[in-house]
Design a protein around this ligand. Structure first.
Ligand code: ADP
Length: 263
């Protein structure tokens, strides 16, 4: 990654001025995500539930990959495993050059904070705090002074087109605006990877399209590698690759100029 290393309590120039950052990349051409022989089994009251068995796939730097599939197929579980929020039962998961399964809880938390921006279907903003305070929080959690963190937050709010909403309470914003703030918060720590789980699933179709466009724009302008779970095939079709998760297997959904094949 080409960005200035994050030092506790400091913000780099790249963080202060998000629009000025050089695109991130792995540099050495290796995939940002490499999954090998992944198995995930949940023990349930009805017995073992195996979602994946021997799953392999890779995501290259700067790809924007959509994962589609029926409810219950395991899409969220897969995203959680990639983001060190859930552990594989077997197999290797390398994400942003890190063997995520080998991290202890403290290391996993640091890894998530440093490398990954999460966007969920529901924004999970703190409604009583302003948009600016919500965006500044991940920086302050890292030890950045409030004043500096809020200055960075202002820049990110500009990036998502909400510079005039910084002092509005999150609870008073529209659904689309809240998801834009959540996107700014997801990216404020300068992550390499964006993981999004149905990020437009709670929005009407026009607003969903606009939020998706914004995600795609920031993905490109910040050199992110993104994995999005969505059930919206129209939006998924704008990604560089669409994978369908079904029966524990990932297959490539053919797109224009993207021939069918396995993941
Ligand atoms: P999707 O995102 O594709 O809808 P999920 O990954 O949320 O699917 O869930 C896949 C399956 O795994 C579902 O049947 C769900 O009930 C089950 N599951 C998810 N999390 C757990 C858990 N912590 N314990 C037991 N079963 C789980």
């Amino acid at each position: 990654m080409q960005t200035t290393p994050a030092v506790a309590g400091q913000v780099s120039r790249a963080e202060r001025e998000p629009g000025s950052r050089a695109p991130l990349s792995e540099g050495d051409g290796s995939p940002v995500i490499r999954v090998e022989g992944l198995r995930k089994t949940y023990q349930t009251a009805r017995g073992a539930l195996t979602l994946f068995e021997d799953l392999d796939f890779q995501v290259e730097a700067r790809e924007m990959v959509a994962i589609v599939g029926q409810s219950g197929a395991g899409k969220s579980t897969l995203l959680h495993i990639l983001g060190a929020l859930d552990a594989p039962s077997a197999g290797k998961v390398y994400c942003a050059s890190t063997d995520v399964a080998a991290l202890n809880p403290r290391q996993a938390a640091a890894f998530r904070n440093r490398e990954i921006g999460y966007l969920w279907q529901f924004h999970y903003l703190l409604p009583e705090f302003t948009a600016q305070e919500n965006v500044a929080m991940p920086l302050m959690a890292r030890g950045v002074r409030r004043q500096d963190a809020e200055a960075v937050a202002v820049n990110w709010l500009r990036e998502v087109g909400l510079e005039d909403r910084g002092d509005h309470r999150a609870g008073e914003l529209s659904g689309g605006e809240q998801q834009r703030v959540a996107l700014a918060r997801a990216l404020v720590n300068n992550p390499r990877l964006l993981l999004a789980d149905e990020p437009t699933g709670d929005l009407d179709s026009i607003t969903a399209g606009r939020v998706f466009e914004l995600i795609a724009r920031l993905h490109a302008s910040h050199g992110l590698t993104s994995v999005l779970v969505t059930h919206n095939m129209d939006l998924a079709a704008h990604c560089t690759r669409v994978l369908r998760l079904e029966g524990g297997r990932l297959t490539t959904v053919p797109q224009m100029g993207n021939p069918a094949g396995s993941a």
